[in-house]
Design a protein around this ligand. Structure first.
Ligand SMILES: *Cc1c(COP(=O)(O)O)cnc(C)c1O
Length: 458
């Protein structure tokens, strides 16, 4: 498609600025040498440009989007309506507090609800994303150990199945990361954990259900082992939709937790849009939570969306999140077991991981090929090659908002692709067949991104 700079013509366009009605003032020092080369297009061309861009994208509103560990679910439009209310959009972070009492009621109420859902005593809405929340939570743990005159606790234990942001956040927060192996069920190996804890343990970071979609049955014992050694337990609650309203990290023995409001609590995400990664903690850690930092109240409008969502669901509705997320995942897992190997064949939580190792050996068709094949059927590919401990992994998270017909169709497509792998592997090596972009060079896209338009110049 044409870029916006390649559309239009010199002098075309529409100035939306009103006539100047004050004396003109010439700015001197920071003035540009030449006028910026902005696109010169008519409104029609501009509108078509954005529509064309939109058609190149795939979102939850286009079709099924089972991207594991991402919770690409449908978010009710009423949340957007609430977030667009003038009283919420027209405020300023520096406004006197007595003029934003309604907004404070929103944040306070949401904090209370999230405390109730997670089993925590205090929450900060400051962090802007999941990884940001992890970083905040880890610094909270660090501050606690320092305040207790115990700065020798420098290590954070992270299972090898962890989401990549966990070890990254721990390293960024100045901790040494100790990786421990998972057992044959994909859960924490208790002996490995016992061997890893000690006087230098600052804490453990855990996702439960973990990244292979399993709820660790030893969770109380795990948090007990860490506490016994003097460490704290951090719960990565990015995918809390798996257990929302059914089980609480606070009851499992966790001291700190972050949530992704842009996954589990109905704020849309993707494309780097605004998110929120609130961090909750138990009473004894409350004083170490950050005060105002990110625009004072965090990404406030995300909080409005999440509160609207929770108010709509009510106390009876919240457990339906977790129950439907788990039901949908197990429904698909069972159906797909007819043709695909599961990495772990247990009852899963909100997602499950298939391993296409055998399929690849027998037919040459890889997890990537199958994922690309799904695109031709109007389905967004699942998460591929993650978690790293599973060979040829496809990780499927249907989410709680998909009806049965959609799950049935996706299963039919996947079962058909498994057959196709046997009969016509070449076809799948070439998939997708009729999309604007087929198989981009992902390494080049990440390492040498082209982010500027050079007008044909070097
Ligand atoms: C998505 C996710 C994160 C990171 O969240 P971001 O908002 O993308 O930073 C962390 N942990 C888990 C388990 C996740 O699924």
């Amino acid at each position: 498609m044409k870029l916006i700079f390649e559309r239009g013509a010199e002098g075309r366009g529409l100035s939306l600025l009103p006539e100047n009605d004050v004396p003109a003032y010439e700015i001197q020092s920071p003035k540009r040498a030449a006028a910026p080369r902005l696109p010169q297009v008519s409104e029609t061309e501009l509108s078509r440009h954005y529509t064309e861009l939109e058609k190149q994208c795939f979102g939850v509103n286009d079709g099924f989007y089972p991207l594991g560990s991402c919770t690409m679910k449908y978010n009710p439009k009423v949340d957007e309506d609430a977030a667009a209310l003038k009283g919420f959009t027209g405020i300023h972070p520096l406004q006197p507090e007595d003029t934003v009492q309604g907004c404070r009621e929103v944040t306070d109420t949401l904090e209370r609800y999230l405390c109730e859902i997670t089993g925590m005593d205090a929450i900060t809405l400051q962090p802007a994303a999941g990884a940001h929340g992890e970083f905040t939570g880890l610094l909270t743990i660090k501050a606690y150990h320092h305040a207790k005159n115990d700065p020798g606790r420098t290590k954070i234990i992270v299972p090898d199945s962890a989401h990549g942001t966990n070890p990254a956040s721990a390293a960024m927060a100045g901790f040494q990361v100790v990786s421990i192996d998972s057992d044959e069920n994909g859960c924490v190996d208790l002996d490995a954990l016992r061997a890893a804890v000690g006087e230098d343990t600052a804490g453990l970071m855990l996702t439960n259900p973990n990244t292979v979609g399993l709820f660790d049955p030893n969770i109380a014992e795990i948090t007990g082992i860490v506490h016994q050694a003097g460490g704290l337990c951090y719960y990565d609650g990015a995918n809390l939709n798996a257990i929302a309203g059914v089980a609480r990290p606070g009851d499992m023995g966790f001291d700190v937790v972050h949530l992704n409001l842009h996954k589990s609590f109905a704020a849309p995400h993707g494309g780097g849009g605004p998110g929120a990664g609130p961090v909750g903690c138990k009473e004894f850690l409350k004083e170490y939570l950050p005060k105002h930092m990110k625009a004072f109240y965090g990404n406030f409008l995300v909080a409005v969306k999440s509160l609207t969502y929770l108010l709509m669901l009510g106390r009876e509705g919240v457990p339906e999140i977790g129950k439907n997320a788990v039901l949908n995942a197990n429904y698909m897992k069972k159906k797909l077991s007819a043709a695909y190997d599961m990495a772990y064949d247990h009852t899963c939580m909100h997602e499950f991981v298939m391993t296409l190792s055998k399929l690849k050996k027998e037919t040459g068709v890889s997890a990537l090929d199958v994922a690309k094949g799904m695109i031709d059927h109007g389905i967004h590919p699942p998460t591929m090659y993650f978690p790293l401990i599973v060979d040829e992994a496809l990780m499927i998270e249907p989410t709680e908002t998909e009806p049965r017909e959609v799950l049935d169709h996706a299963c039919e497509v996947l079962l058909e692709l498994a057959k196709k792998a046997e009969t016509d592997p070449e076809y799948l090596h070439g998939a997708p067949h009729d999309r604007p972009i087929g198989r981009p060079d992902e390494v080049a896209a990440a390492r040498k991104p082209v982010l500027r338009y050079s007008f044909g110049e070097k």
